[in-house]
Design a protein around this ligand. Structure first.
Ligand SMILES: [Ca+2]
Ligand SMILES: [Ca+2]
Ligand SMILES: [Ca+2]
Length: 340
């Protein structure tokens, strides 16, 4: 028979408590947790703090599998799908190491707290903390030439490769786009790179997202700012492989205090050039607007009223240059469109 005295119980209980505290601090994640959890820094796509969305995007795709040259390139979506609000115009997939460079109607400036946010299409898997996430480095520029990377940190274990169903905890990630699930942007604070040479944190004109390859192989691994290998789902050898860029939101832009001010550009209009359907998406979701399309040399060919989004068939129109004018209660913008 095992006999325990009250004193022993007390001692063993406090020992267990100390052990539990040590263990929990060892496992305690250091950075902001998943969207919806206390302390999360996730930016909701509908946050009032957003004053502007990216106006244009250029993508250089990476391969579906960087270690297999015959795998071809990622191909899902196109660059226009990273323009305008998150969640409305789906995504463009970057592939392994692929790069998207976005520009804006106004310069991004360093205000209090985070200044812009990058949206990917990750999703929770298994628990609120664990999610399938694909990560990207984020770099900014004041001239489109010289880019400075935010110092990225990944504290995910990196001894076992995350496969294409692997999950991560946002709390182990910092300054990596894709940290938060679909509908929530990962914030970036220009203050963190204020001492970098060659950029002006109060005049950022370009944001670049570069897919983290994520393999642990020495040949193709990508590393965080401490030189540690980043473990991100790999291989993702399909058309939608790599970072899936949804949108870039800006919270601090030169001269803007609300998204309505940003509506110098009322909407995004894509694709351009166009051969058949032309899509229009207002910057403010569900906003009442009208679209008028006219030939640069002739009369109005089509006018339509809509709320938020519309598409028109241009396939029957003669090739040439057209003006698509989007008018809302706040503004009007005209986009030159090439019909092929
Ligand atoms: Ca800031
Ligand atoms: Ca990747
Ligand atoms: Ca993804």
């Amino acid at each position: 028979m095992i006999r325990t005295c009250t004193k022993c119980k007390r001692v063993s209980r406090s020992l267990a408590l100390v052990l539990a505290m040590i263990l929990s601090s060892a496992c305690q994640a250091q950075y902001a947790p998943a969207a919806g959890l206390p302390g999360s820094t996730a930016i909701s796509a509908s946050a009032d703090s957003i004053v502007m969305w990216a106006e244009s995007c250029m993508v250089v795709r990476g391969p579906q599998d960087i270690a297999v040259p015959s795998s071809g390139y990622a191909s899902a979506g196109d660059s226009s799908q990273a323009v305008g609000p998150a969640g409305t115009n789906t995504i463009v997939s970057l592939g392994d190491g692929g790069v998207a460079t976005l520009s804006f109607a106004h310069a991004i400036v360093n205000g209090p707290g985070s200044d812009f946010a990058v949206f990917e299409n990750g999703f929770a898997l298994g628990s609120p903390q664990q999610a399938f996430l694909e990560l990207g480095f984020v770099e900014v520029s004041s001239d489109g030439q010289r880019f400075v990377r935010f110092p990225a940190i990944d504290d995910t274990q990196n001894t076992t490769q995350l496969g294409n169903a692997g999950t991560m905890d946002a709390a182990t990630l910092h300054n990596l786009a894709g940290k938060y699930v679909s509908g929530y942007g990962t914030p970036f604070d220009l203050e963190e790179i204020k001492d970098s040479a060659g950029i002006d944190i109060n005049h950022i004109t370009h944001v670049r997202v570069r897919d983290v390859v994520g393999t642990l192989s020495d040949t193709f691994a990508t590393h965080d700012s401490r030189g540690r290998k980043i473990n991100d789902p790999y291989p993702t050898a399909f058309a939608s492989g790599g970072f899936d860029l949804d949108a870039v939101a800006v919270m601090h832009a030169d001269g803007l205090t609300s998204v309505q001010d940003a509506n110098v550009i009322s909407a995004c209009v894509y694709p351009n050039p166009v051969s058949s359907r032309l899509y229009v998406q207002t910057y403010i979701p569900s906003q009442e607007a009208s679209l008028s399309v006219r030939s640069i040399t002739g009369p109005v060919v089509q006018t339509v009223s809509f709320a938020g989004a519309v598409s028109i068939d241009m396939s029957a129109l003669a090739p040439g240059v057209y003006e698509a004018t989007v008018t809302t209660a706040f503004s009007s913008s005209t986009h030159l469109i090439v019909k092929q």
